[in-house]
Design a protein around this ligand. Structure first.
Ligand code: NAD
Length: 253
């Protein structure tokens, strides 16, 4: 039980990597707040985890809203009495911005969710962690926060947003370390979730993407969740400001 008696808050927990992280954290003894902007998705994950004996609470909200971010953190502390672990998994790609949006709206929306959303959640979580003198923040950056996007024209806001998450992680990591708060991020390779469905449903694109990963396949959300568990737990007690590539060798090329 690597997270026994810890309280974890996971954003974007209604799907993919966030949902897998909730399941694993609950198995490892954490009490987990499932946060997502989708009520139905969050409730469904909560039902599944409770059926397996997990202790979870749902807090709905949009991470781009300062008021929602503040309320989600406050609700976590009200319900479970503390906040030990924050996993920022809420994220989108440009493909998920409303149809017909022009390039500026796509840029603003992706940066808002991926970078500002992560920033806001950290902003409200850190004071709660400081009160306890400990905490672990795990952000979801990406391989595309480290290297360019192969399927892009160079004006894709996603790499910029994920590079920003990596730098936010480093800056929080070095500046909050003295308060006992560790901040790290994961850089997943392409992983099979709703976020990549548009790509993975196209057999040609899928084959191209698989070929970019030396292991010859995409990742599974559970494989990313295991990295989140490591970084969230005391196993990573001397790790802060770091990124962990979980990418089948993608960025080692
Ligand atoms: N899937 C991949 O290949 C991959 C690779 C690298 C990094 N990532 C990152 O990992 C994280 C999780 O991705 P995933 O693949 O599980 O995606 P996903 O689409 O399966 O899940 C994302 C969840 O975030 C929620 N969400 C979106 N915008 C939100 C908002 N404004 N407020 C609150 N919730 C919101 C969605 O409702 C959804 O449930 C993202 O940050 C993503 O950028 C994913």
């Amino acid at each position: 039980m690597r997270l026994k008696d810890r309280v974890a808050l996971v954003t974007g927990a209604g799907s993919g990597i966030g949902a897998a992280t909730v399941g694993l954290f609950a198995q490892e003894g954490a009490r987990v707040v499932i946060s997502d902007r989708s009520v139905e998705a969050a409730r469904q994950v909560a039902r599944q985890v409770r059926d397996s004996g997990g202790d979870v609470h749902v807090a709905i909200g949009d991470v781009t809203s300062r008021a929602d971010a503040e309320r989600i953190v406050a609700e976590t502390v009200r319900h479970y009495g503390a906040l030990d672990v924050l996993v920022n998994s809420a994220g989108i790609t440009g493909r998920q911005v409303r149809q017909g949006a022009d390039f500026e709206e796509v840029f603003d929306t992706v940066i808002d969710v991926n970078l500002k959303g992560t920033y806001l959640m950290c902003w409200f979580a850190v004071p709660e962690m400081k009160k306890r003198g400990r905490g672990s923040i795990v952000n979801l950056s990406s391989i595309i926060g480290l290297v360019g996007h192969p399927l892009s024209d160079g004006f894709n806001p996603y790499p910029a947003s994920k590079g920003g998450v990596l730098q936010l992680t480093r800056d929080l990591g070095i500046n909050q370390a003295r308060f006992g708060i560790r901040t790290n991020c994961i850089c997943p390779g392409f992983t099979r979730t709703a976020l990549t469905r548009g790509i993975t449903e196209d057999p040609k694109l899928l084959a191209t993407l698989e070929g970019l990963h030396p292991m010859g396949r995409l990742g599974e959300p559970e494989e990313i969740a295991k990295a989140a568990l490591f970084l969230a737990s005391d196993d990573a007690s001397f790790v802060t400001g770091a990124y962990l590539a979980v990418d089948g060798g993608y960025t080692a090329r």
